[in-house]
Ligand binder design. Structure first.
Ligand code: GDP
Length: 462
């Protein structure tokens, strides 16, 4: 069962020495605790009199001893993050100081909050729906501008805006069918199939449209899982360094020394790449390297994008041909590296291995040339030329995607039943399923386990 709404407290800022350390308290005892431990400099406040949405300055006091000088914010229910009485203490941001104030608050009757419990209360108290609560976490985790903007729009409720009207229409039709079945004398279902078919098709279109944004949405928020491949010494580490703008990977002249995989996240022109730098793919007797090579194959399998570096000075070698085979079905960009010393490279030699639409870009990782062209190609390939930061909707959450896929499945069943002229009561079961699936995105009638799971991923104090 959901916990009693006792009063909770937690440090809401990161626990390290900083300018300010914030402690959040929420629940019906928040004001009482404030009254007991805080002495404001303004004498007219205190003794239970704390007007809402005001800032107070004074001391946190434990049995006469001043623990810290704080600024306090009071936000009374229902106009707060949790919809409960909320008191926030802005303390001096020393780890010890903040813990002392928190411990005093706990001694005065609050309980230490669980991760995400403040946001969870906001959800359980009806201030936000589940998709909005999830967007809070996504906003905190945003790695780039597009992700931030999308998260903010989701916090503002853009998912509910799309889903609610469809749900309402579905419910209306379920009610209509059921009343007609109950009262066939007065409510006729003649010609109803055609009417419902048009509606169902419209809902299917809307759900499909939402689902079609998922890949872009995922790439925006999570980044593109990118694998850099190429034979040893092709310049993989050098290229990774160019992208990272720092000497992180070890660049070496000995073939096969990038033994393991490195993973780095880099944002280029608004696109976040989660880059896995692998050891070169080639048959090898060296056990350590073999493991790296094995891993490279796995990484390729899971990658959204493969960047294949070819050493122009060497031309296409046996190993490159082998790699071409490995990455045949992947989204890829061919980077012809070492353009500074690769004048003899023949573009014709590529013809047998790459499809016409595979981008091939000449670069020099060492001299940082051709990188702009690469970025442009990246945008074209992954986001149809541009990330539309203003697009109002990107589906980014796997849970929402699964629910929409189930909805789509149910709606298609309804469509099939109508076309096959099945009896009307066949429609309602699948319509109800679609209705419930859409509701689950907003957190309606979802199990407590799911709620626990979602909020447990939050930070404490959020
Ligand atoms: P990896 O084994 O594929 O990771 O290759 P590295 O990045 O370690 O590079 C191998 C060697 O090629 C190093 O000596 C680099 O300095 C050199 N190299 C990398 N890119 C270029 C380039 O664009 N031009 C030239 N001339 N040398 C390069």
């Amino acid at each position: 069962m959901i916990k009693e709404y006792d009063t909770i407290a937690a440090i809401a800022t990161s626990v390290s020495n900083a300018g300010i350390g914030k402690i959040r308290v929420s629940g019906s005892d928040a004001i009482r605790i404030l009254d007991e431990i805080f002495e404001p400099y303004t004498p007219r406040y205190g003794n239970g009199y704390w007007p809402s949405h005001k800032v107070y300055f004074g001391n946190v006091v434990d049995e006469g001893e001043i623990i810290d000088e704080c600024i306090v914010l009071v936000m009374k229910a229902p106009n707060s993050y949790t919809r409960e009485d909320v008191v926030e203490f802005d303390c001096h941001g020393g780890v010890h100081v903040v813990y002392q104030v928190l411990s005093l608050i706990l001694r005065h009757g609050a309980r230490a909050a669980e991760p995400g419990e403040f946001t969870k209360r906001g959800f359980l108290n009806g201030r936000i729906d589940l998709s909005q609560a999830e967007a809070v976490m996504q906003l905190i985790e945003s790695k780039n501008e597009a992700s931030r903007q999308n998260s903010i729009r989701q916090i503002k409720g853009n998912i509910a805006e799309k889903i609610r009207p469809v749900r309402e229409q579905i419910l209306y039709e379920i009610a209509h069918i059921e009343s007609a079945l109950d009262d066939p004398e007065h409510i006729s279902l003649d010609g109803y199939g055609d009417h419902l078919l048009a509606l169902v098709q419209d809902w299917i279109d809307q759900v499909e449209k939402m689902l079609s944004t998922y890949d872009d949405g995922r790439f925006i928020t999570e980044g593109i899982r990118t694998c850099i491949v190429g034979k040893p010494n092709a310049g993989k580490s050098s290229f990774l360094n160019v992208l990272l703008g720092e000497e992180r990977a070890i660049v070496t002249e000995v073939a096969g020394t990038t033994r393991d995989t490195l993973e780095e996240s880099v944002t280029i022109d608004g696109i976040t790449l989660n880059i896995i730098d692998t050891a070169g793919i080639r048959d090898t007797e060296d056990t350590v390297e073999k493991i790296g090579v094995e891993r490279a194959r796995k990484e390729i399998e899971h990658a959204d994008l493969v960047l294949f570096l070819i050493d122009m000075a060497d031309g296409i070698q046996e190993e490159d041909i082998h790699i071409f085979k490995e990455i045949k079905d992947k989204k890829k960009i061919i980077l012809l590296n070492k353009m500074d010393i690769g004048e003899t490279f023949s573009m014709e030699s590529l013809k047998d291995y790459v499809e016409d639409d595979t981008p091939c870009i000449t670069i020099s990782a060492k001299y940082r040339q051709g990188i702009d062209l690469f970025t442009k190609e990246l945008k074209k390939m992954m986001f149809h030329g541009t990330i539309d930061e203003k697009q109002d909707f990107y589906l980014t959450n796997a849970r929402h995607k699964n629910a929409l896929e189930e909805t789509l499945g149910s709606l298609r069943m309804v469509r099939g039943s109508i076309i096959d002229q099945m009896p009307e009561d066949f429609f309602t079961i699948d319509l109800m399923n679609a209705y419930e699936m859409l509701g689950s995105i907003l957190g309606e009638a979802v199990g407590e386990d799911l709620i626990e799971e979602i909020f447990s991923k939050f930070c404490t104090g959020k």
